[in-house]
Design a protein around this ligand. Structure first.
Ligand code: FAD
Length: 393
């Protein structure tokens, strides 16, 4: 029923009004009540000087940190694309703050990545190049980054929400004693130089904006393909700051013996594809995904799936698109027999063009679709494939 405020218990602190995520609570006071409340507030408030002193010391602490850093993730000297995407966002944040955008490059024989980072918009690169950093290990990279943070004090550090980035960001934030927001979908600066870190919460039903206003650096991870690629200007230059390695091999307990490639597993990279044809529960069975594969082949793309299709065992988990699957940003996303649950939408709604095929014209997928086709996918998909074949012939 209707929520009721119990007047015996309510002290009129309006905390509930402030925290209600739906902003559904309003509170009104009579002039007499307001007078009593004002009295209480006056008595309860700490002395003004005390507050000022605290605020001033906090402001001083925070002001010691300046600049936006992006961690350049690399394997065998090749950078993860998400790092370049983050440089694009980082540049915006640095401009809003009036500070420099820097890249953090750690590895062995990786100086070329500094130059690549300049091409993607960094003006400085902190380079730690040593054999101890050849393979990623939490301990060595953690110590390396901590050394840089201690010495150069950045106000923001961004990392990709990849396996490596998730591991490293959590470790760094814990040791440095600062906050970390994982899987951000939006980043911006507020009027007090704080980073506003937006991400879905409560199963994607609300967007939460998280701030870390008392600690520095502010740390955030972002999944691949969430941010657009940074502009690439070949030949752009910047300053390389070479830092000597603070880590000795004998201090690191973990040794990498061998790297076993997972190429045999499922080679298809859904997150990186330009064209994706996804199937949902409406596909009715595993065998029908062959039809989607044919369409994907014509487009030069790959087949994705909703969670229902994965749970049914029709597609491997690596192909799942959505909140607990991959975030994708293809040129064209074709959703076949997918209803468009919020958990699916958060993973694909930033695609350039979305084509939805569904026989239910009320399906929520049509709300995000660029083109909606109401009808039976078993007729439409093969017709689509044939049309593409005819156009090519
Ligand atoms: P349904 O919702 O069953 O939709 C099937 C659609 O097919 C219907 O709209 C129907 O009209 C249409 N259809 C049927 N037959 C035909 C036909 N012949 N021709 C045309 N259309 C047809 N889901 C994800 O996808 N990814 C996630 O990462 C994810 N994470 C989740 C995380 C949490 C915490 C939770 C609670 C849920 C998550 N889900 C996720 C599940 C999500 O809520 C939905 O249950 C799921 O996306 C539904 O899949 P679907 O659209 O394939 O199936």
């Amino acid at each position: 029923g209707e929520p009721v405020i119990n007047p015996d218990k309510c002290i009129g602190c309006v905390k509930c009004v402030k925290v209600c995520p739906a902003q559904a609570i309003e509170m009104f006071f009579t002039p007499e009540e307001q007078k009593i409340l004002d009295e209480i507030l006056k008595q309860g408030a700490p002395a003004v000087e005390e507050m000022d002193e605290e605020a001033a010391s906090l402001a001083k602490k925070l002001a010691a940190y300046r600049g936006v850093w992006v961690f350049i993730e690399q394997t065998e000297g090749e950078a993860a694309k998400v790092s370049w995407e983050l440089l694009g966002k980082g540049k915006e944040l640095a401009a809003a703050l009036g500070v420099e955008l820097s890249a953090v490059v750690i590895g062995e024989n990786v100086e070329h990545l500094c130059r690549e980072a300049f091409a993607y918009g960094a003006v400085k690169a902190y380079l730690m190049d040593a054999p101890v950093f050849h393979y990623y290990r939490t301990e060595s990279y953690l110590r390396g980054i901590n050394h840089l943070i201690d010495k150069y004090k950045p106000e923001i550090i961004l990392m990709g929400a990849t396996g490596l980035g998730r591991d490293l960001a959590g470790a760094v934030a814990t040791v440095v004693g600062t906050g970390l927001t994982a899987d951000c979908t939006g980043l911006a600066i507020d009027d007090k130089r704080n980073l506003m870190q937006t991400r879905p919460a409560f199963g994607g039903n609300i967007m939460a904006t998280i701030m870390c206003d008392k600690f520095r650096p502010q740390m955030a991870t972002v999944r691949p393909h969430v941010m657009p690629m940074a502009e690439h200007k070949p030949g752009a230059t910047g300053e390389i700051i070479r830092e000597t390695c603070p880590v000795r091999e004998e201090d690191i307990l973990v040794k990498v013996l061998e790297i076993i490639s997972d190429k045999k597993k499922d080679q298809v990279d859904v997150a990186g594809a330009d064209f994706i044809v996804s199937g949902g529960r409406g596909m009715m069975g595993k065998e029908n995904f062959a039809m989607l594969q044919e369409l994907a082949n014509e487009l030069g793309g790959v087949v994705g799936a909703s969670r229902s299709a994965v749970d049914a065992g029709w597609m491997p988990q690596e192909r799942q698109v959505g909140q607990t699957g991959k975030t994708v940003r293809p040129k064209i996303y074709i959703a076949c027999g997918i209803s468009g649950a919020i958990q699916h939408l958060v993973g694909m709604q930033d695609s350039d063009v979305i084509i939805a095929i569904n026989r239910d014209k009320e399906a929520p997928i049509f709300e995000v679709a660029t083109y909606g086709i109401v009808g039976d996918l078993f007729q439409i998909v093969p017709a689509f494939t044939n049309l593409l074949r005819e156009m090519k012939a």
